[in-house]
Design a protein around this ligand. Structure first.
Ligand SMILES: *Cc1c(COP(=O)(O)O)cnc(C)c1O
Length: 396
């Protein structure tokens, strides 16, 4: 469910919406570092605790800095409501605790952030929640997986690291017909590139740690969507305590002011680098939704305003041994790209998924996921494009 679209543009909402000013009239939003709030009298305290009037109570459930972050993100995702969490993972956990009960089933895909798969497989199953895996890019598999126990469809698009794209219209329509709630982790695109709630999608989820901050400083998470669902998730955050710190909320609130500019620059450089890699004699194949050669390019461009910052590619090699050797040589040769598993930073990052982010899964599971030894993932940052090309050239 989306809010009536505000007449203001995205960039305007990103710098103006969700601002609350104190009696001092500060122009830049204040940081409310306080665990609790005081009441004028016993009656006011009673009303606030019983939710009979709005107002601050205690920072596990109400804090002005956190509310400013939530309101700004809700505005950008065109959502009715939003609840913040301490990290992306705590947002996902809160969705599960808020919406699922023993006996329910999640339908999802193997093309997910690794910790999300572990949360589903190692923890949700302990509480009697079933998990079924289908192919992200085949809506008919999502439809076939539905049983009377299915409660949630959970997905990311484009996927990490192979940039497979999910058809949000098709999958959302299937879910709506079956009364299944859909959750889209929009961490890679951010609302600056893709707004899942414009499709028949119920909830949009964020690891704010990535591009919402965009500068690699703080952890954060959020879930946005209709108030009726967000209320159920907020109840978990309130009671169980995976709440966002006021400091992190304040950092994230300000970061979103440059989100559109940053994502445009990330995407422009990523597209140029992807096109350059595609022509390089040492490169076998490039995965980037913004390239015309991407098998789902047309679908991606219907859902996304640009390709985003993540570019993956396979190096040419005769066998897996040689592939790993060449991939390691490239990762070791760069001096500008940071060697780390993270993404969502102003600084460009290079990762060898088969030995790091996907290193703990079996060889067969990796093969099924299409993660080969020759695969390299780039999270393209905001450095000068020519410097990034020169840096990669050394190792290619
Ligand atoms: C990083 C990430 C998460 C988890 O977020 P944290 O803030 O690290 O807990 C979830 N989903 C995706 C797609 C991510 O990249």
């Amino acid at each position: 469910m989306t809010k009536p679209v505000s007449p203001m543009g995205f960039e305007t909402r990103a710098v103006r919406d969700g601002t609350m000013r104190s009696e001092f009239g500060e122009h830049s939003e204040a940081l409310y570092l306080t665990s609790s709030f005081v009441f004028d009298d016993a009656e006011e305290a009673a009303r606030r605790f019983q939710n009979l009037e709005p107002g601050m109570v205690y920072s596990r459930f109400t804090n002005p800095s956190v509310q400013m972050f939530e309101q700004r993100l809700a505005s950008l995702e065109e959502a009715q409501d939003c609840v913040a969490a301490a990290s992306g993972m705590s947002a996902i956990l809160s969705v599960c605790l808020g919406l699922l009960k023993s006996g329910d089933e999640i339908v999802t895909t193997g093309s997910l952030f690794g910790a999300t798969i572990q949360l589903f497989d190692n923890f949700m199953t302990k509480f009697g929640v079933g998990v079924k895996y289908v192919d992200l890019s085949r809506p008919e598999e999502w439809e076939a997986a539905i049983s009377p126990a299915t409660r949630l469809f959970y997905l990311e698009t484009p996927s990490n690291p192979l940039t497979q794209v999910a058809d949000l219209q098709a999958i959302g329509t299937i879910a709506r017909k079956a009364g299944v709630i859909t959750v889209v982790d929009n961490c890679f695109c951010t609302p600056a590139i893709q707004q899942p709630l414009r499709f028949p999608i119920d909830l949009v989820l964020h690891s704010a740690t990535k591009y919402l901050d965009g500068q690699g400083r703080v952890l954060g998470g959020a879930v946005a969507g209709p108030k009726s669902l967000v209320d159920q998730i907020r109840a978990v955050v309130r009671t169980c305590g995976p709440c966002l710190s006021a400091f992190n909320a304040w950092v994230l609130h300000r970061s979103m002011e440059t989100l559109a500019l940053r994502m445009r620059a990330h995407s422009e450089s990523a597209l140029a680098l992807a096109a350059w890699l595609e022509q390089h004699p040492s490169v076998a194949r490039v995965f980037y939704p913004g390239l015309a050669s991407h098998p789902q390019h047309a679908l991606a461009m219907r859902q996304q305003s640009s390709g985003g910052a993540i570019v993956s590619f396979e190096l040419k090699a005769d066998n897996e041994g040689q592939a790993q050797e060449r991939a390691f040589r490239l990762v070791n040769a760069v001096s500008l790209f940071s060697r780390t598993g993270n993404l969502g930073d102003t600084r460009s990052i290079i990762t060898h998924p088969a030995s790091t982010t996907h290193g703990r899964i079996s060889e067969e599971a990796r093969a099924r996921a299409g993660i080969r030894q020759s695969l390299i993932r780039l999270a393209v940052g905001l450095e000068t494009l020519e410097d990034l090309k020169a840096d990669l050239s050394q190792g290619l």
